[in-house]
Structures are given as C-alpha cells and as structure tokens.
Design a protein around this ligand. Structure first.
Ligand code: UD1
Ligand code: CA
Length: 461
C-alpha cells in the first residue's frame, strides 16, 4: 500500500561528466555560485520527503565532503554502469511501500511545484515520467508512444534511428515509481545498448510488459528540464537562472536598468525604490535598504547596506556593513571586515579593509585605510596610507573624532591620532599625535633665488 506521506527521493549524481572536460565531477560545477547538485537537493527538500538519498561515485571524496552534514543518505556507486545501476544501489535504503522520486543531479532548474505534479500522479502499480516537448530534443531520451498515445518505452539518442530522432517529446529524467515495483524492474535491466550501460529508462518497457500503468506528466517551461552535460548547457542554465532572479527582483519593485545584465549568485533582499544599473554581480547574502542606487559594474558579496546609500560605478564591496546615506565609489574597494557609519563618503581608488569608519567621515581620493578605527567627521586627504604591515605583523591605526589628515600622509601603525588633531600634508606619522595638536613631519621648504635649470648642451636644433 502507498501512503501519502511516504516519499523517498533518490538523486543520481555519480556520473563523470566527460563532456565538461573538467577534473571536477559534473554535479560539483558551479551554477550561479553554487554546485549544480545543490539546486536539485534544494528542490527535493521543498517536498519534505522522509529521506533523500544521493548516489555518488566519480570524484567521490569531493562530492562526499560537500554533502556531509546536510542530513542526506549517501550511497556509493562503485562502478559507473549507468543510471539504472545507480538507482539499484539505493534500493536497500528505501522505505517499504514509499513512492520513490528519482532526480538526476545534473538537471538543476526543476521546480518543486513541477515535481509535486509528478508525485501526485504516482499511485500503486503506476510509474510516472516527467516529459517535455522540445524544439531541439538532441541528446535526450525520446518518449515512444503507441497508436493510442500510451507511453511504451524510452529510446536514448545514441540508440535511436532517424525516425525516432524526429520525436520531440523527451525524457527529463524525473520519474516517480512505487518502491514495491522498483527492485523487480531494476534487476532485470540489461546493457545491450550503444553505451553498454544499464539504462534506468529501460524500466519503462519492462513495466509496460508487466502490465503496469505507465503515465507521463508533460511540462512546457523550456528551462526546467535542461540537463547539464557540457559547458554550453551550463552557460544556458546560468542564463536561465539570471533571468529568474531578475524577474523576482522586478516583481518585488526593484528597478533594473537591464534585466539581462545582472547576476545574482546568492540571496538578495531589497527595500523600496532600489535601482541597480547594468553589469552588477551580487554574491552570498545581500541585504539592501530603501532608496539605494547601485552603479554600473559594481560587485557586492555578503554585504549589508542601509537606506539612501549611493554606490557609484565599478565599486567592489565584500563582507562589510554600510550604514545609511553613505556614498561609495566610483572605483572603490571595500574589503572584508569594514563597517561604515552614516553619511560616510568613500571616493575613487580608495581601499578600506577591516576598518570601522565613523559617521560623516570622508575619504575621498586614492587612499588605503586598513586595520583601523576612524572616528566621526574625520577628513582623510588624498593619498593617505595607513602602513599597517611591518613585514611580519598587522598593526592598528586609531584616529579620533574631528581629525584632519593632510594629503599624502602615512600613518605608521601601531599609531594613534587623538581627537581634533591635524596632520600637515605629506607627513609620516610614527608616534601618537595628541588631541588638538598639529603634527608635521616634512622637510622645511626652502627657496633658492636665481635658480638656473640644468641645460641640455648636446641638444641639436
Ligand atoms: C539521461 C537519460 C535520458 C534523459 C536525460 C535527461 C538515461 C539512460 N538517460 O541521459 O533519457 O533524456 O538524462 O537529462 O538515464 N549517473 C549516475 N551513475 C551512472 C551514470 C549516470 O549516477 O552510472 C547520474 C549522472 O551523474 C547524472 C544522471 O545520472 O546526474 C544522468 O546521467 P547522464 O550520463 O548525464 O545521462 P544522459 O545521457 O544525460
Ligand atoms: Ca545528463
């Protein structure tokens, strides 16, 4: 008997992926920043199955390391003898009487809602396939139906003659089948085909000859069944995901200057009236407040951004927190561990690393501030450098509130500049600058009158 709650998912992920031409197993290739396999696992989880079994094989150590601690049952396929053989490895781990949903680890864009249709159609003594009509079915298994429209078998591209290749209905690889029928079908598979493999797809013909009910649920969304076998298909999947996340953002009210030119490789949450210009990349966890503008070709990774922030073009921000009303860029680099207070201005060719910058502080041109604590309303002149590294250790620079640092100064850490202090342009500061004082460390200017510039005596007219 099938019970409505008993669902087991098996994900086949042991294949090598020869056509990727990569040392990495195919299911570990990155799609929008995450392994292809992760998407399939995520869809499976949405269905709340009693268990998820992943069959792994090629690149075993790497795949296993990635899958560990994810609450999955991992089963090794010791030899890669085909998809039918892969599923057979999972049989001892299945719940008696459960519905078994088979997913392919290299088909990542499938939506959980679609899988739900497949599961709902599966009942006792009935095998259900997910199929799709494709304009270009090349490379996929074809669904063969009899004169009455019933599915009778699946033929792989490599085993199909010219007539069968004309069939536009393809096997997505997703299948739901009662556990009670599975083992009996799998053990009868043979490998007398073009690839000398035990094809899971051959269970269809066996099931039909056993008098089992075989049905197909068809989908129309063209990208859901996209299998990733080579770099071209990987690029197509990346494009499809890009479009999906752009659509989500547009529906949530974000302005995208060009929905075709934004990459979201993680999770992004935006407030109201956010505008994102072309070519931006968002990675990891991104939180953006209200009324924020992100300039063209900026890259943000694991960033929190408050309200009313302006990020000007070509800015890179990683693992940082940016409070309200800051203005950053163009061409700024904000490295991990940075916290910018309110109304901070960071200008062009400024690099900030592991530093806390107080409210209303301005670092507008060509500076490096690293391992530092900078107070409020500080003005850091062009070309200022915190010399945080002595060749062995990183040292901290502490700058109080209302400090003014003249252009082209070096602060040799560890060093403290107390509140209200001023540093004259071109100074190299190595010791504490006391509160409210002026520190200068440069050669006094001298004037030589009647100075004659050197002449070039060999110069020919
Ligand atoms: C398979 C189907 C094909 C379908 C297509 C959909 C078979 C025989 N063919 O073809 O009908 O149209 O997917 O994308 O099933 N795997 C293992 N162990 C193995 C071989 C493969 O775990 O020994 C895994 C792979 O890691 C992959 C999945 O099974 O995730 C599919 O294998 P692949 O070789 O990519 O099959 P296709 O030729 O794409
Ligand atoms: Ca495939």
């Amino acid at each position: 008997m099938l019970t409505s709650t008993a669902l087991n998912v098996v994900i086949l992920a042991a294949g090598r992926g020869t056509r990727m031409c990569s040392a990495q197993p195919k299911v570990m290739q990155k799609l929008a920043g995450r392994p292809v396999l992760q998407y399939v696992i995520q869809s499976a989880r949405t269905l709340s199955p009693a268990k998820i079994i992943v069959v792994y094989g090629y690149g075993g150590a790497q795949v296993k390391a990635f899958l560990e601690n994810q609450d999955l049952i991992l089963v090794e396929q010791p030899e890669l003898l085909g998809t039918g053989h892969a599923l057979l490895q999972a049989v001892p781990y299945l719940d008696r009487g459960a519905r078994i949903l088979v997913l392919y680890g290299d088909v990542p864009l499938i939506r959980a809602e679609t899988l739900k249709l497949l599961i709902d159609a599966c009942s006792e003594n009935k095998l259900v396939l997910l199929t799709q009509f494709m304009k270009d079915p090349h490379g996929y298994g074809r669904i063969v139906r009899d004169l009455y429209g019933s599915v009778i078998r699946i033929v792989e591209e490599k085993d199909a003659d010219e007539n069968l290749k004309e069939i536009l209905e393809i096997n997505t690889g997703f299948m739901c089948i009662p556990e009670t029928c599975l083992n009996d079908l799998l053990v009868r598979l043979e490998n007398g085909n073009a690839q000398k493999e035990y094809y899971l797809t051959d269970v269809v013909e066996l099931a039909v000859s056993d008098g089992m009910n075989v049905d197909a649920v068809s989908i129309t969304d063209s990208d859901e069944a996209l299998g990733i076998n080579d770099r071209y298909q990987l690029a197509c999947a990346e494009k499809a995901l890009r479009t999906r996340s752009a659509l989500v953002l547009l529906r949530e009210g974000v302005t995208l200057m060009d929905p075709e030119r934004i990459d979201v490789r993680g999770e992004i949450v935006c407030g109201k009236d956010v505008e994102i210009d072309v070519g931006c990349i968002f990675e990891g966890q991104i939180s953006i407040g209200n009324n924020v503008k992100v300039g063209a070709y900026s890259i943000l990774r694991d960033v929190y951004i408050g309200n009313d922030v302006k990020i000007l073009p070509y800015t890179l921000i990683e693992e940082s927190r940016i409070d309200d009303s800051c203005r950053i860029g163009p061409y700024a680099r904000i490295r991990p561990g940075t916290k910018l207070g309110r109304e901070v201005h960071i200008g062009d060719f400024v690099e900030i690393k592991n530093a806390t910058i107080g409210n209303e502080t301005k670092i507008n041109h060509m500076s490096y501030v690293g391992d530092s604590e900078v107070g409020q309303r500080v003005n850091i002149g062009a070309g200022t450098i915190t010399c945080n590294y002595d060749g062995a250790n990183k040292n901290r620079t502490v700058i109080g509130d209302d400090v003014f640092i003249g252009s082209d100064s070096q602060l040799v850490a560890p060093v403290v500049v107390e509140s209200g202090a001023t540093i004259g342009a071109g100074s190299t500061i190595t010791r504490t600058v006391a509160e409210g004082t002026l520190a200068l460390s440069r050669v006094k200017q001298t004037s030589v009158s009647n100075w004659v510039r050197p002449q070039n005596n060999n110069k020919q007219e």
